[in-house]
Ligand binder design. Structure first.
Ligand SMILES: Cc1cc2nc3c(=O)[nH]c(=O)nc-3n(C[C@H](O)[C@H](O)[C@H](O)COP(=O)(O)OP(=O)(O)OC[C@H]3O[C@@H](n4cnc5c(N)ncnc54)[C@H](O)[C@@H]3O)c2cc1C
Length: 382
């Protein structure tokens, strides 16, 4: 009898895993994808929602669109994991698996502490933020990252540069001050010092006040952001909340003290038999002990590795695919028509991440990738 592969999470990793498995699994095998949301959000385009270059519905797709004769979507909240009887408890009932792929992403924490802050990683907040920006004409905008590691790696920088661009186009930049605060010791910490300096020069040129190595503690009602070493007054706050690994796995042996899921860096296998974890939920370190970037490219490649290896295993063959920690051709938008190419070799010694100078090509390559993504993995548009 065919086996059941359960995928938890219909984000980047889950959607790729389901699509690949639909094609490569032997006949009679089935895939079930569970997500609390009805729709998938293409997160890499969220920064464009903030500056009004995309509408929320343009970057979302119904998860029903990944269904196929051997793939089913179940909308449910994942609550607990039971390794002993190979089941997962959800708010819609218990689901059994033969193989499990955990792709639940990074979970935002402590959002109530920053309830007066726009979370740029949330679709509704991104849309509300856009409305706020359209009426904002003078004052201080403070963009900050709460903690490391955070998903998206380049995303907060992209947001800062796009917000700058937004006000330049509206000829309001002289009256709008923008500050960028990060706990990273230098900009884009995983990048080479040269690329980090390139980004700092770009942000300096755009008149963004950058503060590195600073940790945000709280935001007062009086609109002052308290850092570990002083206060920053502001009029509008955009903050990436602290993130950690998925709650349903927090009390299991899969999660270490960091809160992230432990996996084999090449096969993505966990300490439990037939359980794999991919994407932002995992905590993988480079040879130098740094967290490797939490980027969609990695979630995508890891999903391919796990899905193809499962198909080989079920066909009685030796799994041979390995995640090698590399990505080429990603881009970070630096304005409304320019971007910088990003390349990562996370498992090299030393690990490398580089950023090119801004070009139109990098902007358009990201736009084409978005179109490819939204068209390739979903059977119907909404
Ligand atoms: C604003 C932004 C911009 C980004 N830009 C880029 C970029 O340009 N390039 C790039 O490579 N990467 C980018 N990233 C990072 C990229 O989006 C992530 O690395 C990628 O989405 C991770 O995929 P994932 O499958 O691990 O998790 P996710 O895509 O986050 O998916 C997790 C899924 O699990 C579901 N879920 C979570 N908990 C539960 C639960 N308990 N029960 C049921 N469902 C649950 C969620 O609803 C979600 O659908 C960006 C991220 C953000 C936030």
């Amino acid at each position: 009898m065919g086996k059941t592969i359960l995928i938890l999470g219909g984000g980047t990793g889950g959607v790729v895993a389901a699509n690949v498995l639909a094609k490569v699994l032997p006949k009679g095998y089935r895939v079930a994808v569970v997500d609390r949301l009805e729709s998938h959000v293409f997160l890499a385009a969220l920064p464009l929602v903030i500056v009004g270059m995309r509408k929320p519905q343009e970057i979302t797709r119904s998860l029903k669109g990944i269904e196929a004769p051997n793939v089913q979507f179940i909308q449910a909240e994942v609550q607990h994991f039971h390794a002993d009887d190979k089941t997962v408890q959800t708010d819609q009932g218990i689901l059994s698996y033969d193989s499990l792929i955990v792709a639940l992403g990074a979970q935002p924490e402590g959002t109530s502490t920053f309830s007066r802050v726009f979370n740029p990683y949330d679709l509704q907040d991104a849309a509300r933020l856009h409305e706020e920006l359209t009426t904002f004409s003078e004052g201080h905008i403070v963009i900050f990252i709460s903690n490391t590691p955070f998903p998206g790696t380049i995303a907060p920088y992209e947001i800062a540069l796009l917000v700058d661009s937004f006000f330049r186009h509206r000829r309001l930049r002289k009256t709008v001050e923008i500050s960028f605060i990060t706990p990273e010791t230098r900009l884009l910490e995983f990048a080479t010092p040269r690329s980090s300096e390139r980004l700092r020069a770009l942000m300096r040129q755009r008149n963004l006040h950058v503060m590195t190595g600073r940790k945000v503690q709280s935001l007062s009602v009086g609109r002052t952001l308290t850092l570990d070493d002083g206060d920053i007054p502001g009029d509008l706050f955009i903050g990436v909340p602290p993130h950690t690994g998925p709650a349903p796995f927090r009390d299991t042996m899969m999660t270490d003290t960091s809160g992230w899921l432990k996996v084999d860096p090449h096969t993505l296998a966990t300490c439990f038999p037939d359980v794999y974890a991919i994407g932002d939920a995992t905590g993988i370190q480079s040879n130098e002990g740094m967290w490797i970037p939490k980027v969609g490219f990695f979630a995508h490649y890891q999903a391919e590795v796990v899905a193809r290896n499962l198909a080989l295993q079920y066909a009685g063959k030796e799994p041979r695919f390995r995640f090698v920690g590399g990505a080429l051709g990603a881009s970070m938008l630096s304005g409304s028509n320019r971007g910088c190419f990003v390349a990562v070799k996370a498992y090299a010694s030393p690990a490398r991440m580089t950023l090119s100078s801004p070009s139109r090509m990098a902007f358009w390559s990201k736009v084409f990738f978005e179109k490819y993504w939204l068209k390739s993995w979903f059977r119907y548009p909404h």
